[in-house]
Structure formats: structure tokens, C-alpha cells
Design a binder for this molecule. Structure first.
Ligand SMILES: [Zn+2]
Ligand SMILES: [Zn+2]
Length: 222
């Protein structure tokens, strides 16, 4: 992984060896974002995301960050975690070229919970054809807190996870809601790599402009 805003001759971070920077200045600027995931990974470890349900969100300390960002936390997983065998491939992410696996203890292991909403997880799990998550994810059960990883095992960053969620939110609130007879394409037709790349670049820029510096690292395909 390279810090996307760097170019030219790059040096690897000595702490983890997984990100590379062109200068000390860039490394310093990125440190706040990189620090939580800066460690030497064992060959069987993968950085994923824990997507908090409402109950678990309420249990973490309040902050000025947007709610969606607080719901997205890093988690270091071992490759024998059940997500890699049982997790659902999110079909929409597959369609736009950034395949993610999602896993819920409730859905995949039958764990009983008190029920706590996880709308971001349901949004991620939508089918391409109708923009709906399968009944298990939105009606029969409650996914509760979920785990998400990149299918290619590369580290999934909080920023990329947030951009994906925002992309799905945009599609679900806009594209799927407009009638085809009025000339709007069905949501599934917007699930292309090009559409996603345009969206996430703009999303990173917009977030950076409102002072969220962790979104500075833009302009390289995810
Ligand atoms: Zn740089
Ligand atoms: Zn590092």
C-alpha cells in the first residue's frame, strides 16, 4: 500500500513496511491516520473493519466525528476468522470493482441478540438487481455488529469503508428511488467501476475540504 498523495521515490514506513511515503513531511502528515494500523503484520493477519451496530456505537465515547465514522473501527483479523470462509460477498461492491466480504455473528453463526440496528451493514449487503438486502439481513434477523474485509486481503481503511457506505447511500436515496419511465436508470446500472471511482474521489475531496484531514490521501484507485 502506498500513501496515495506521494509520488516519485518512496520509502516504506519503518514501523510496518506496508505504506510508503516520498518524504518525512508526508509521513508526519499522515501519522494520525496511519498510527492505529502501523504494526508489523504476521502473514496470517489482515486489517478489516468492525461496523458497529447502534448498541455498540452507544458504548464508545462520544466525539465530534460524524456518526458513520464512529461506527467504522479498525479490527485486526486472523485469516482463520470465519469471515473468510462464511462471509457474504457484497454483490454491489463486486459489481463496482471493490469486492468486500461482510460477516455477522447473528446471520452466519445464529447467535441470538437483543436486536440492534446496523443500517450501514444492510446498505452494504444490497443486491445489484433490486437494491435490497436479502430478507435475513433486513427483516428476519438483525445483523448486529458486523465485520468487513477486502476480498483481496489488502488493508481496508476506515475512509474507504465510509466512502463505500456513502456511495450506497447515494444510490439508495437517489437512483433506486426514481422511476424508470421518467428516464432514470435503475440503481444497478450505476454500479460500475467508473461511477464508483468518480464518486469516491469527490467524496475524499469534499471531506478533506471540511477539515477531515484523513481524507487527504486521494486520487489513486482503491
Ligand atoms: Zn508524499
Ligand atoms: Zn507504518
Amino acid at each position: 500500500m502506498t500513501a496515495p498523495f506521494c509520488s516519485g521515490e518512496l520509502k516504506a514506513c519503518s514501523g510496518c513496511g506496508t505504506v510508503r511515503y516520498c518524504s518525512k513531511k508526508c509521513q508526519t502528515e499522515d501519522w494520525k491516520v496511519h498510527k492505529p494500523v502501523c504494526r508489523k503484520l504476521k502473514s496470517d493477519e489482515v486489517w478489516g473493519i468492525k461496523l458497529l451496530c447502534k448498541r455498540d456505537l452507544a458504548a464508545i465515547p462520544p466525539s465530534s466525528e460524524p456518526e458513520i465514522s464512529r461506527r467504522i473501527q479498525h479490527i485486526l483479523l486472523n485469516k482463520n476468522h470465519p469471515i473468510f470462509r462464511q462471509g457474504d460477498l457484497c454483490p454491489a461492491t463486486q459489481a463496482y470493482g471493490f469486492p468486500l466480504l461482510i460477516y455477522s455473528d447473528v446471520i452466519h453463526q445464529g447467535r441470538q441478540t437483543q436486536g440492534s440496528g446496523n443500517q450501514p451493514a444492510v446498505y452494504l449487503r444490497i443486491e445489484v438487481g433490486n437494491g435490497l438486502a436479502p430478507p435475513d439481513w433486513q427483516i428476519v434477523q438483525d445483523p448486529d455488529t458486523c465485520i468487513v474485509v477486502r476480498r483481496d486481503y489488502k488493508p481496508l481503511t476506515r475512509e474507504a469503508m465510509e466512502a463505500c457506505y456513502a456511495f450506497h447511500s447515494m444510490l439508495l436515496s437517489d437512483a433506486y428511488g426514481w422511476p424508470e419511465e421518467e428516464g432514470w436508470a435503475p440503481g444497478g446500472e450505476h454500479l460500475t467501476r467508473a461511477a464508483f471511482q468518480l464518486f469516491y474521489k469527490k467524496y475524499y475531496r469534499d471531506q478533506n475540504e471540511v477539515g477531515r484531514k484523513q481524507f487527504k490521501s486521494v486520487l489513486r484507485p482503491l
